[in-house]
Design a binder for this molecule. Sequence first.
Ligand SMILES: C[S@@+](CC[C@H](N)C(=O)[O-])C[C@H]1O[C@@H](n2cnc3c(N)ncnc32)[C@H](O)[C@@H]1O
Length: 260
Amino acid sequence: MTATPLDGWQHWQTSWDRQQEWYMPDREERFRVMIDTVEAVAGTAPRVLDLACGTGSITDRLLRRLPEATVTCVDIDPLLLAIARGHFAGDDRVTFTEADLTDAAWTERLPHTSYDAVVTATALHWLDTEPLDRLYGDLARLLRDGGIFLNADHMKDESAPRLNAALAALHTDRQTHQRQSGSLDWADWWGEAARDPHLADAAVERFALLGDPRQARTDPSHRDRPTATQWHIDTLLRHGFGEARQVWCSASDALIAALR
Ligand SMILES: C[S@@+](CC[C@H](N)C(=O)[O-])C[C@H]1O[C@@H](n2cnc3c(N)ncnc32)[C@H](O)[C@@H]1O
């Protein structure tokens, strides 16, 4: 296990949040709607799966709002998991599973066979259409009857392309100004994390396993990936969810809620 950085794990949580907010200024708002929906459907003590948890941002907000919840955090990234494990050390409400969601047998690594809620944010756009379709089938089987799946991610209503383009241009302008004031992007953030001696081993492992984000400022592999909100809704319904709809959206992102 990685030793604690001198200024504690909170430094990396905050730094991760700022980097993610540079891409999604309304990130906390989508977390709020997500957790409201978990509480509305699954109550105040749900068993939750935080899918592709990263540093555990959703779990952090969820446990502050619903302290009786328990959470399984799943991710593939050893460095982000090291920060999450450090942040939640000693909290027996949180358990960790290292797994690749594109592995057909990933659910066998989980400590439970059934969950009240599955939550995920800014992650499933990393998966191509076929493994994502299969994953939605896995989630339909993992959720109990009446359970809830919530996915906040990059996806659009593609019926309004000029409106989407105008809002995207405004967002890009704001990002440019924020960069001039020192905001970190994805590549910068990984550079800073890799320089922390407490994360150096995890960084070497991460770069060998998943590539080195410092080498590529844009993700080169967005090929066969769903971008339309409706694709997610249709696919979830096809896998046996009883209802699925958008419960929040911005110009570039949406939060989909699907009831098992
Ligand atoms: C941008 S981060 C978002 C993390 C967190 N949900 C948040 O909102 O801060 C995307 C996460 O998806 C994870 N991820 C991507 N592909 C994955 C896969 N195939 N299996 C497991 N995790 C994956 C990455 O490791 C990363 O932690």
